[in-house]
Design a protein around this ligand. Sequence first.
Ligand code: ATP
Ligand code: MN
Length: 526
Amino acid sequence: MSGLSAENLGLKSVAKVYHNLSYDELFQHENANKEGSVADSGTMMVDTGTFTGRSPKDKYFVEQSPSQEHIAWGKINKPVSAEIFDELYDDVIDYLSGKDLYVTDGYAGASADTQKSVRFITEFAWQSHFVKNMFIRPETSDLPDFAPDFRVYNASNLSNEKWEKHGLNSEVFVIFNIEKNIAIIGGTWYGGEMKKGIFTMMNYWLPLNGILSMHCSANVGKDGEVALFFGLSGTGKTTLSTDAERELIGDDEHGWDDSGVFNFEGGCYAKTIDLAQESEPEIYGAIKRDALLENVVANAEGVVDYTDKSKTENTRVSYPIEHIDNHRKSLQAGLPKNIIFLSCDAFGVLPPVSKLSKEQAMYYFLSGYTAKVAGTERGITEPVTAFSACFGEAFLPLHPTVYAELLGKKMQEHGVNAYLVNTGWVGGGYGVGKRMSIKGTRACINGILDGSINDSEFEVVPFFQLSTPKTLAGVDSELLNPRNAWADKDSYDATAEKLAAMFIENFKKYTDSNDGFDYTQAGPQL
Ligand code: ATP
Ligand code: MN
């Protein structure tokens, strides 16, 4: 409970306000409210409701000055009028007023220069628990002076019945009002909207001040050398940055300013589908009291079956970063030495690891490629490509070339090496080959980080012109050149040619970019 008044919260009235509860208090509330059950590890498990993932089609920005001049309007960043925002804002305020609420204060950004104070107003204890895990937790002594720069009002149970009249996508809404420093959410319980919503705002604020924001994980070796891992969902950012030998800076969102790299968050959000203690011991061990499991299936004794996809394939756990023993306390480190782009190539075409030239790095960053395996219910085994600029276009309010140019400049200035790592299929596409083992991918990454990859001879693979090592400690040499790894070479060539054509088609939107270099030369050629 706290002294936060209705006025203070921008509400008409309040019942009970549970402000910045401790982990133990949240646990008690989750139990008392019957929001979840407890796993044998002592971890709270909740179901996130109808939504087990984000609703990107329901995301909007208020169209107003000055932000409207900066936003890259389109399918990802859709406009809504100030009038509609005001109407829905009033609905949200009416809805939340008079309710028992959980209010949680956290910081986004570990660097004091660009840190934002964010207040989350939610209906459920588990939502408070989620944001407490994910954002940087203020010191208790700082809480009385906490002054929010931005507020998120989460009215999960309020759906917008007037969505058609408003010209919106559905009754769900996630709307950012940059000028008012407010986001309103309705119709979805999913916590990821708050996490990636503030990430989206950081991706607006920082680059406008010349600071790069990135959808990547980061860790640092004993030598102080920093590595970044970019990649779309499911490519291995969280899995691979969590490494017993290296301090974890963060698993998903970072900034890069003149002093180096800093995490935006204070926790991690790991996928738990098929999680195995043997291949991911640190993440497995992080699932304990204070962590929060989402949409997993457990038996009556609370034993979780991580292979069970019956609620969703996107089962998750959030945990404070302290649950990873080897984490970077400051959440900050120096300038990156190596940048790794992760793609989970379900076509099995890309080499497990290749070294990129500066131009290739820009090309693959702007392409933001991965491929997913389509639902197999109807026997569809054809992978589906995803091209998402900067490996995170869904979270970028500004034009992708803003981020790409910032990255290119920094890489040039600091002589950063770039690599492309395929965490997907080898020896054939989905259905024929198999997914690269986590152990094998880690060996590729170790070769990059300890520099031993440079002792190898390189060869260039067809179509993609990617330089791949002929040998690498800990990796079966047969697998390093994907064409060699495929039994059917004709089939490899045909598949590689098809994927190359998709890259070329996707990149057409950047060929008229005006930084003086035609990056298509660095991409695949037919
Ligand atoms: P998100 O942006 O959604 O958080 P992410 O990039 O962090 O996604 P991870 O959570 O690391 O992705 O997911 C990678 C998944 O793929 C994990 O479930 C991991 O166990 C599995 N996996 C299988 N093989 C590999 C591999 N070779 N490298 C990395 N991950 C692998
Ligand atoms: Mn992740």
